[in-house]
Ligand binder design. Structure first.
Ligand code: ATP
Ligand code: MG
Ligand code: MG
Length: 385
């Protein structure tokens, strides 16, 4: 259907689901990841992949030679070499390296968004401990202290509640070895997310607004459609699309947002790639985020982003300990529930809090959806306690 080969920087679960979507379309994917057994490599094992770091310029060049177009499944890659390769016309890169670079640094990302009138919570640079004291004076407690770079799953965030925690917070975030900034605490009523897709020709579409529930900074549950009024749905969609219009490049983007009590919405952060809050699209939408990402970057007609079921949920299966079987017990229990699809990522090392898989549940009504997910959430909670 399209003879071009896609090179993907990163071989985790997002890459694995990209490979699943690509293989249905006969589209070849080459993965760059340090692990020869990375989740995305496992399911196209007859294909030659590249073993190496997605920050290593030589390995990225090798990937560029093996592919017609490069994309990412993680943003913490070497954006400079991607930019050089693109400028030399060696390979196409989507989303654009400048977008990847901007998003890699949460502080630059927030500065960019606020410059473009996209609502974000107040934030301030914290290059030294004195600046942290200024931030505390300005925003009060609790205060969200964040690493500007290399953050994921809440690693890099410290919720500062009292003065006593300052030294602990600074130590746990590396004492300024990675740069820090602070954000005003958003006492949100809900967290929302919207996946926005943009085709290389500029066409933009978005998926339904979802509600996400984070536990200890890690996404735990996604509910779609978000249980908020139509005005909020429309506002969240508009803000998410406007945010993406400020960025260059094609692909799917995840826009995470805070919904406040008074109806205000703030953008938390943007992911320039398929996103955890869009896993549900595989079973619940007419075209998944993974297939649409491929269509976007190859400039093929976009698929419909509409729901094809009235309601869906996604529950992350996070490592309970280093015992994989113990972690997967709730999956086994959910097999007997109608509407359930289990995705396991094939990760060898199970660790506490690591994303090992997810469970999607679809239903013909939101009330039945809640009945279906209740026993799964209970099994996960029991497993955790
Ligand atoms: P991800 O895995 O989504 O990339 P991350 O490590 O980049 O996570 P953030 O998205 O910055 O982390 O924060 C994780 C979670 O922490 C948010 O989803 C939200 O629940 C909470 N959080 C972050 N910033 C704030 C804030 N300013 N006020 C209140 N809660 C916040
Ligand atoms: Mg993040
Ligand atoms: Mg986040």
């Amino acid at each position: 259907m399209d003879p071009r080969t896609i090179g993907v920087l990163g071989g985790g679960q997002l890459g694995r689901m990209l490979v699943e979507a690509a293989s249905r379309l006969n589209i070849k994917i080459v993965i760059l990841d340090t692990s020869s057994n990375a989740p995305a490599k496992q399911i196209q094992a007859t294909q030659t992949h590249i073993h190496g770091d997605f920050k290593d310029p030589y390995k990225i060049k090798e990937l560029a030679k093996a592919a017609d177009i490069l994309t990412i499944e993680i943003e913490h890659v070497n954006a400079d070499i991607l930019e050089t390769l693109m400028n030399e016309n060696a390979v196409l890169v989507h989303p654009s390296p400048s977008t990847i670079r901007l998003i890699q640094n949460k502080f630059s990302q927030k500065t960019h968004l606020s410059k473009h009138n996209i609502p974000v919570v107040n934030f301030i640079d914290v290059p030294t401990k004195d600046d942290l004291l200024i931030a505390i004076e300005k925003f009060g407690y609790p205060l969200m202290l964040k690493s500007k770079t290399l953050a994921y799953d809440g690693r890099g965030n410290y919720l500062l509640r009292t003065e006593d925690e300052i030294s602990n917070a600074l130590e746990s975030l590396g004492n300024f070895k990675t740069p820090l900034y602070a954000e005003r605490w958003a006492s949100f009523t809900k967290e929302l997310a919207v996946m926005v897709v943009r085709r290389a020709n500029g066409e933009v579409k978005s998926y339904p607004v979802v509600e996400t529930v984070q536990k200890e900074n890690i996404c735990h549950l996604v509910i779609v459609p978000a249980q908020v009024n139509d005005l909020i749905l429309e506002k969240a969609k508009t803000i998410a699309e406007n945010a993406i219009l400020t960025l260059d490049g094609a692909g799917v983007f995840g826009v995470e947002m805070f919904l406040m009590n008074d109806g205000h919405i703030y953008v938390n952060e943007i992911a320039p790639r398929p996103h955890n809050s869009g896993h549900y699209t595989i079973e619940a939408c007419e075209t998944s985020q993974y297939e649409n990402h491929i269509r976007c970057i190859l400039d093929l007609p976009l698929g419909s982003t509409a729901l094809k079921v009235p309601a869906a949920a996604m529950i992350n299966v996070l490592g309970k300990s280093d015992d994989l079987q113990e972690t997967l017990r709730p999956c086994a229990e959910s097999l007997s529930i109608p509407g359930v699809t289990i995705h396991l990522y094939g990760k060898q090392d199970c660790r506490k809090g690591r994303k090992m898989g997810h469970i999607t549940v679809v239903s013909d009504s939101i009330s039945r959806l809640f009945l279906r997910i209740k026993p799964i959430l209970e099994a996960i909670n029991e497993n955790e306690s």
